[in-house]
Design a protein around this ligand. Structure first.
Ligand code: GSH
Length: 318
């Protein structure tokens, strides 16, 4: 399926909800019937219509306000399908990945925020998901089949493939497909557990202990590895910004509130963070998900200050 469909799909959200649109893209998985088709052509005579077996799309110059579209929606029983996603995010946490992904894809969502109490999740989030961990996404698009999904990597895959036609992923035919998969999974598979292990070792046995030292050495190996990658490539998967960058972002921004890393020695990672900070979608997402966090601190070489409750927890000896 050509990638243009993704743009069609995302732009309809703007056309549907924005006040004015010059160019209309529309995509639905529901085919219109004969009379709906006629109505469409009546309101939008200059648009081209494209159909594939399970997909119907229109696109073209749209000279009037979006009221024609609104009229079409309200005068026909043809309902445009748009995702209804609820994102549960425990603040100052990796759940920020999901609003960022959704902002990048221009997919609307409802955001439910939770505060840590004082460190782990509050009972309200435990009620949403037995592990009480965030992010969690509820997909209520199809009322007959409500879906709940957790694990940030799984959620990224779910959204990308279900609602974005593969955008922000690389296709298997892409020369960097393996890079994409590798870096997509590296964040949660190696980098993040390594950082947490180092933090735990520091709190439990102290920095002079060989168990801390070996964890620290592993962390630096991983950091050098990413740094080299980002000195040679604009984004983790190569030239294109992908979900691999979204998955990794928090490890070098907000996660440094739990495990400090001075990125002064890692100029490749720092430059990449600079590019992340230039993305409007990132700033929009952070403004919604964690408005009290200082974005610039997160993107800086030194990073944000450590979270007090976590420092206290780490000081506890076994
Ligand atoms: N592997 C999971 C980890 C989820 C996770 O542990 N989230 C943390 C936020 S950084 C959390 O919810 N912690 C609070 C708790 O477990 O009570 C993912 O990628 O989503």
């Amino acid at each position: 399926m050509p990638r243009i469909w993704t743009d069609i799909r995302t732009d309809i959200y703007k056309a549907q909800w924005g006040p004015y649109s010059q160019y209309l893209h529309f995509l639905s998985y529901k085919l219109p019937n004969q009379s709906q088709r006629k109505l469409l052509l009546h309101y939008l005579p200059h648009l081209s219509i494209t159909e594939e077996p399970n997909i119907f799309g229109i696109q073209g110059e749209f000279k009037t306000s979006t009221s024609s579209i609104r009229t079409f929606i309200s005068t026909s029983d043809y309902k445009m399908s748009s995702p209804k996603l609820v994102v549960h995010h425990l603040q100052v946490g990796q759940g920020e990945r999901i609003p960022w992904l959704l902002e990048e894809l221009n997919i609307p969502y409802e955001l439910k925020l939770y505060k840590r109490s004082p460190l782990l999740s509050p009972p309200e989030l435990q009620a949403v998901y037995p592990l009480g961990a965030s992010p969690v996404v509820e997909d209520l698009t199809d009322p007959s089949n409500p879906i709940k999904i957790a694990e940030s990597g799984a959620i990224c895959d779910y959204i990308i493939h279900k609602y974005a036609n593969g955008r922000l992923a690389l296709e298997p035919q892409h020369k960097n497909f393996a890079d994409y998969l590798y870096w997509l999974h590296f964040a949660n598979g190696t980098l993040q557990p390594g950082l947490f292990r180092r933090g735990m070792a520091r709190g439990m046995v102290g920095e002079d202990d060989p168990r801390y030292k070996s964890n620290n050495a592993r962390v630096h190996k991983a950091l050098n590895h990413i740094n080299t990658r980002l000195q040679e490539n604009k984004w983790l998967a190569g030239e294109e910004f992908t979900a691999a960058d979204v998955m990794t972002g928090w490890c070098f921004t907000t996660m440094r509130s739990y495990e400090p890393i001075d990125l002064g020695d890692y100029q490749g990672i720092l430059a990449w963070l600079g590019r992340v900070g230039e993305r409007e979608a990132y700033r929009r997402a952070m403004g919604k998900a964690d408005p009290d966090l200082d974005i610039e601190q997160g993107l800086s070489a030194k990073g944000p200050p450590m979270m007090e409750a976590f420092v206290k927890a780490l000081a506890m000896k076994p």
